[in-house]
Design a protein around this ligand. Sequence first.
Ligand code: GUN
Length: 289
Amino acid sequence: MSAVIIDGKAVAASIREEVARDCAALRDQGLSAPGLSVVLVGDNEASALYVRNKGRAAERAGIAFQLLQQPSDLTSADVLRLVGDLNDDASVDAILVQLPLPPQVDSRAVIEAVSPAKDADGFHPLNFGRLAEGSPGVVTPCTPQGCMELVRRYDVPIAGRRAVVVGRSTIVGRPLAAMLTNADATVTVCHSRTPDLAGVCREADILVAATGRPGMIDERFVKPGACVIDVGTTPTPDGVRGDVDRVSVEPVAGWLTPVPGGVGPMTIAMLLRNTVALAALRRRAPVSA
Ligand code: GUN
């Protein structure tokens, strides 16, 4: 047996087309294009690349994209003022503050300062709380939303199955555990203090690796036939690497997301979908997402 390789690039392309159609539909109703503003503080190379890719994809879909590139010595007060201005700007539908922020900036305060109605990331505690309650609002965090979309589009059974999420970050692990719970999976969240990690992972029908440790998930962690979702994107001299050792896992798993070309492209597609959903709500217009 060899795993079905989940084509995140193709799924993301079809979602970007859906978003472009939604933007065109708003235009046809005489409504303005959705507006996405991204705040990038400092000169982290990986962040700059992600943000460039987000901007390109947004503009191609018909979203008005604005990048606010800021120096690395900004204070928390400076960033909070910037976010406050974007909250008050009627032309802005969605705000994303690229993480990580420099250490002198209070990330928690910044995330909480973004209006929940303009929260492109779904990181605000109000949106996060709604997801945790089982009644998500208009937006949910992009990377876990992308993982769920891939699992659903490949008809991987979720309800009643065992899901194991390795990693408990607020960006991926925690919201994904909530999404899988809401989809009626039985969910275990693992982390660096979990004993017998391989044994716990081997119980999973759906295994999600979000550790940032390249290649750590090998065939000893995988139940035959399981769906393995690799969220890792660690830059190495040989290119970007996932958390899953594809060579040993592919013959065992039922489905596998590759790196690159799996979850990565989905994150941007979901950001565009969140942006259009927020814009449609602010214009009281229906969208397909
Ligand atoms: N940095 C890495 N992933 C993300 C994300 O999904 N949103 C934001 N704002 N920053 C990130």
